[in-house]
Design a protein. Structure first.
Length: 263
């Protein structure tokens, strides 16, 4: 659980990627079993497990496993001061669940990030409850933008589909790299070479997609020569029972599971 006291957020440009940096002195972390990374940040100025500091927080970011939510929220409830916004990144835990577990009238933002947040290239989708003010929404946006892009929605019912596409999506991309490597092996490439080619191709294509203003379909078309090798492969991948059909079933399955977990 991360508690931000009097948050002040500054735009960081050292990596020229516009990721927002948050001053360590403005953050408090409450973590019973801090990792070595958190301990190292504490040695550089991050406040770790202080006594009596939480009540001054402008924002409380709840970053615990969903199954531990009831216990964690029971403790957090006592720390929510008037005017504070609670930002939850727990998968499957709805605004209604959070509102029932926290003090009446709490401003709450439910957010779904994804794992590329670890390198500042994530994307988070957030939805506020009616108690969130414009200033609180801006504060939540700045906190979430520290890990990448942020999108806002007004319909919480879309969060299960969001989770299925972007929250779970990195796993689909990693599987693509695995599958491409296996296919390369079956085509005769040494295992190490196949894995290296697949990894570099997926990551490089992803970076090109990130940097290019062109649509994904245009980039695909640009690399596809009529009657060539890429076209032959795409005839398979774009068949009626090809990648679109498989991806639709996968996203639908993940969406259903998200609804089941939310109750």
């Amino acid at each position: 659980m991360v508690l931000g006291a009097e948050q002040r957020v500054a735009a960081g440009d050292a990596r020229q990627d516009h990721i927002r940096a948050i001053a360590k002195r403005d953050l408090t972390v409450i973590e019973p079993q801090p990792s070595t990374h958190i301990a190292a940040l504490a040695a550089r100025g991050l406040r770790l497990n202080p006594v009596g500091a939480a009540g001054r927080a402008d924002a409380i970011v709840v970053a615990v496993k969903p199954q531990t939510a009831p216990e964690a929220l029971a403790e957090i409830g006592a720390l929510v001061a008037p005017g504070a916004v609670v930002v939850s990144i727990m998968a499957g835990r709805t605004l209604g669940f959070l509102a029932d577990a926290l003090p009446a009238g709490t401003a709450i933002v439910r957010a779904m990030p994804n794992t590329p947040a670890a390198i500042g290239r994530g994307i988070t989708v957030a939805v506020p409850n009616p108690r969130v003010t414009p200033a609180q929404r801006e504060l939540a946006h700045r906190l979430l933008a520290a890990t990448g892009a942020v999108e806002w929605i007004g319909d919480e019912g879309l969060m299960d589909a969001v989770t299925a596409v972007s929250g779970s999506g990195p796993a689909y991309v990693f599987l693509l790299a695995e599958s491409l490597a296996r296919a390369g092996e079956k085509a005769g490439l040494p295992a190490g070479l196949a894995a290296g080619l697949a990894r570099a191709t997926v990551s490089g294509a992803g970076e090109l997609l990130h940097r290019s203003p062109l649509a994904a379909a245009t980039l695909r078309h640009n690399v596809t020569s009529p009657g060539g090798t890429t076209a032959a492969a795409l005839d398979v991948l774009m068949a009626a029972d090809g990648l679109d059909a498989v991806m639709e079933r996968a996203v639908a399955a993940a969406t259903r599971r998200g609804r089941e977990l939310a109750g």
